[in-house]
Write a protein that binds this ligand. Structure first.
Ligand code: GLA
Length: 505
């Protein structure tokens, strides 16, 4: 009796509010990705009152908590969702409205253009819950795998194809690399980025592929049959950046799967790990995969992708990394490429054979820059001893773009055996000169004009720390020996252009 009274009392305040609908529950919106996978968004909501909804929203690699809610009708709310991502905050707006048993959801992500409309249905509480934290191993040094003595060269699917990459396209790219001279120029790895994964592991917990990649082993055999190597992509988190299955808690198993398929290169992208671990905890997570790859006994290049956080260049080699991204994602635009490329100077001392700074993949040929700008992109990446991973559609490359990507003299700078990254030596306004020390005492000299209009550049050899004029110089874009002035270099450079010289001792 006493109990009933107490329950009745508890119910009273709620009855007083009498909200028309209750959004409390676990709502699932499943988007068909047209590759046999579903992109699942879980809205775990608690309607506290007619005016307030709390809870969290899990979608792709993101887990937001509802920071603010505004009632816009009896059963409609605007929810402000927020999550912390390293030092940044990510925000999204979810406009939800209950109609019958269906929750209509309109998602607006900051800076992402048009809203996405979703329909969500109730699912049991607990479904889609985020996996528990797995404790991290103590740090140790993963031995060097002996790979990537020079910066890796190849192709990666993301910049051009993003989620539209599939088996047939990868095969066609491999064919093209053989036919168009890319392979002969040294491009070796054919790397599949995000969106190859199935969204459910099999009964044994093995990672699966989605419909776009019916047989990864057969695809690897095909690529190997062309004399090329094949790479794949995953995340230390439960989800990749595009929201596909990551390797969290399955690291050794996934490494074994990839080795069995014949994979030669792994790009390992922080993504969903951010919801379980702090940025400060990255190193042991990357170490887990570094160990797992080595345990397979297969030679697999290990590429770390965590956007240059936590001074990765200081510990990348210790987790078995052969290269590490130093920045956020590149875009096919001069501003993005220049912002990334010209800001790598301070990292030069961390590059060495086997271990490279990675300012991200090439955008050459994707159409957002002029050929002059693409020549600057290629020159700068060569000066930086950066990995050269083409990111364009290699099945149809205009000749000028192919000439840029396959310029043997420029590639020779990038691939120089000494493995010393170039430094900025001189700067005057928008013009700057970089020098890269090459094996055998030669040097590469790149003079850049970052201005949006052409410029006369004059610099003295003494500005570059040279006592006298270099003995000889070859212009690597004009493909000819050039005569140098006694006191210095003088020339006219186009807007966003470059002069790249190989100097003899
Ligand atoms: C991140 C990486 C990109 C690409 C995408 C794939 O943004 O930095 O290079 O791999 O994820 O989702």
């Amino acid at each position: 009796m006493q109990r009933i009274v107490r329950l009745a009392l508890l119910a009273l305040p709620l009855a007083g509010l009498s909200f028309a609908a209750d959004l409390t529950g676990n709502w699932l919106a499943a988007e068909d990705m047209k590759d046999g996978t579903l992109r699942r968004t879980y809205l775990n909501l608690v309607q506290e009152s007619a005016a307030r909804v709390t809870g969290y929203i899990r979608t792709t690699q993101l887990v937001y908590s509802v920071a603010n809610s505004t009632a816009t009708g009896p059963d409609a709310f605007t929810l402000t969702a927020s999550m912390s991502d390293g030092k940044n905050e990510r925000r999204a707006t979810y406009i939800v409205k209950l109609e019958g048993e269906v929750l209509h959801v309109s998602v607006q992500r900051a800076g992402r253009g048009a809203a996405t409309e979703l329909l969500a249905h109730r699912v049991p509480i607990g479904e889609g819950a985020y996996p528990k934290r797995i404790e991290l191993p103590a740090l140790h040094k993963v031995p060097y795998n002996g790979l990537a003595k020079t910066p890796p060269m190849g192709w990666n699917s993301w910049n051009k194809f993003a989620g539209r990459i599939d088996d047939a396209t990868v095969r066609a790219i491999a064919d093209a690399m053989v036919a168009n001279g890319m392979k002969a120029a040294g491009y070796e790895y054919v790397n599949i980025d995000d969106t190859w994964e199935g969204d459910r592991r099999d009964a044994q917990g093995n990672i699966t592929t989605n419909n776009k990649f019916p047989d990864m082993k057969a695809l690897a055999d095909y690529v190997h049959g062309k004399g090329l190597k094949i790479g794949i992509y995953s995340s230390p988190g439960p989800n990749t950046c595009a929201g596909y299955e990551g390797s969290y808690g399955h690291e050794e198993q996934d490494a074994r799967t990839w080795a069995a398929w014949g994979i030669d290169y792994l790009k390992y992208d922080w993504c969903g790990a951010r919801n379980i671990y702090k940025d400060e905890e990255m190193q042991p997570l990357y170490q887990i995969m570094g160990d797992a790859l080595q345990k397979t006994g297969r030679a697999i290049v290990f590429s770390l992708c965590q956007y240059g956080r936590q001074d990765v260049w200081k510990w990348g080699p210790d987790v078995g990394g052969n290269l590490w991204r130093t920045t956020g994602d590149i875009r096919d635009a001069w501003e993005s490429m220049a912002e990334i490329g010209f800001n790598q100077d301070a990292l030069a001392s961390y590059a060495a054979p086997g271990h490279w700074n990675d300012p991200d993949m090439l955008e050459i040929g994707n159409g957002g820059m002029t050929d002059t700008e693409y020549r600057t992109h290629m020159s700068l990446w060569a000066m930086l001893a950066a990995p050269l991973l083409a990111g364009n559609d290699l099945r149809s490359v205009p000749q000028p773009v192919l000439d840029i990507l396959t310029n043997a003299d420029v590639i020779a700078i990038d691939q120089d055996q000494a493995g010393k990254q170039g430094r900025r030596i001189w700067q005057a306004g928008d013009q700057e000169a970089w020098i890269r020390e090459l094996a055998g005492g030669a040097q590469a000299l790149a003079i850049f004009n970052r201005a949006g209009k052409d410029a006369n550049v004059t610099l003295n050899w003494s500005d570059l720390g040279m006592k006298k004029a270099p003995k000889s110089a070859r212009d690597l874009w004009l493909h000819k020996e050039v005569r140098l002035g006694k006191t210095g270099y003088s020339g006219n450079l186009p807007a966003h252009g470059v002069v790249l010289l190989r100097l003899g001792k």
